[in-house]
Design a protein around this ligand. Structure first.
Ligand code: NAD
Length: 358
């Protein structure tokens, strides 16, 4: 079904309030979820609400936790999320880094023990909008079992460990926002495909016997398989590097089995935020970015292919489109969101659009 942005925002905001968030927190998290849907990343949009509801009830997600400052040491800022909504915790921590980097030129920011931070590109957009450069490395702990196989293995050992590199706008070129899971697809995309009864175009997973498969059943029906890391041995190295950078430097830990797994999604983040003015002339930097972006764009696409895009561009285009036309969500996903709202105690769900086959 196609749902308007306002409908999705209302569903998220009402459910988050009913789950115990104060209004500001509910608004911050609902805005993040809606922006993920509008950007085309439904995996990190309002479809997360059923999981968040279960997590609040299980005590693995704690509403109304800010980013708690643990260590403030010049160019180092370290926070603990106390299992609060990551969309709030990470946003607050990144805001603190943006403010600090104006004085220190560079900030090493860590956040540990935050609940799911959602779409990491949103923090890239936050630093880019403030004219700063950002590198983000995030690992995932606490999930009942790992999701991604190491390169050369078949049993999962990692979360989907996203990486984001953000660069502010040039004079004419919009910000560069590279933001991806280090698995061939984000786990949430397997949920969306599974609920919609769709297969992937390529074998992005291994089944429980270690055979490549495009069928999302591999991640949602026992016996479970694993997602595959991106880019063969290079992606296999990158996903392990992200586990170390995010898990160790934040103090939040890794997925090694000596650490507790309580069944939520905990994200730990290590980020480097840079003020480009501290290292370069801003006008030159913007012009050079514009010139390089134009040079990249001038590479003609192979025959029959659409014009190339730069990172961040697909999300910007989809935001314009979906804001105008609405967001396509499968009946099963919307039915699960309505059920989650009811379970949280939202009273007006009868007045929401109803799924045809839900
Ligand atoms: P993806 O495969 O869609 O890749 C997205 C990146 O590639 C973006 O930077 C996008 O602009 C760029 N891109 C996509 N198509 C392009 C094209 N044709 N040309 C040029 N650039 C293009 O994303 P993904 O790996 O499925 O990740 C989806 C989201 O999941 C991300 O926002 C990520 O942060 C999030 N995620 C979060 C967690 C978590 O634990 N919080 C874990 C994994 C992923």
């Amino acid at each position: 079904m196609k749902l308007a942005a306002d409908t999705l925002y209302h569903a998220a905001h009402a459910t988050l309030l009913a789950l115990g968030s104060e209004p500001d927190e509910a608004a911050t998290v609902a805005e993040h979820l809606l922006a993920a849907n509008l950007s085309g990343h439904d995996s990190h949009g309002v479809g997360m609400l059923p999981f968040y509801g279960d997590s609040v009830r299980a005590g693995t997600l704690q509403p109304n936790q800010p980013a708690w400052l643990l260590n403030d040491c010049g160019a180092i800022l370290q926070f603990d999320g106390e299992r609060g909504y990551g969309q709030r915790v990470a946003r607050e921590a990144v805001a603190a880094a943006i403010e600090r980097v104006g004085h220190s030129g560079i900030v090493l920011l860590t956040v540990r023990n935050s609940h799911h931070m959602g779409r990491i590109g949103s923090y890239g957009e936050q630093v880019a909008a403030a004219g700063k450069v950002g590198l983000f490395f995030v690992n995932v702990t606490d999930f009942p079992q790992p999701l991604v196989a190491p390169f050369g293995g078949s049993a999962p050992r990692f979360g989907t460990n996203p990486v984001c590199v953000a660069f502010p706008a040039g004079h004419s070129e919009p910000p560069f926002i590279l933001d991806f899971a280090t698995s061939m697809v984000a786990y949430g995309k397997t949920r969306v495909a599974w609920l919609a009864g769709e297969q992937f175009a390529e074998p992005v997973m291994l089944d429980a016997q270690g055979r490549p498969t495009a069928d999302p059943d591999a991640m949602h029906e026992a016996p479970l398989g694993a997602l595959r890391p991106i880019a063969a041995h290079k992606g296999g190295g990158l996903i392990a590097a992200v586990e170390l950078l995010a898990g160790l430097l934040s103090g939040g830990g890794t997925l090694q089995p000596g650490n507790a797994r309580d069944g939520g999604i905990v994200n730990n983040m290590t980020a480097i935020v840079i003020d480009p003015e501290a290292v370069s002339d801003l006008d030159w930097l913007r012009s050079e970015y514009d010139a390089m972006a134009a040079y990249i764009r001038s590479s003609p696409p192979p025959p029959g292919q659409p014009p190339l895009q730069l990172p961040g561009e697909p999300e910007r285009r989809r935001r314009g489109q979906r804001q105008a036309d609405g967001v396509e969500i499968s009946d099963a996903e919307w039915a699960a969101i309505i059920a989650a709202a009811r379970a949280a105690g939202v009273l007006d769900t009868d007045q929401w659009p109803q799924p045809q086959n839900g």
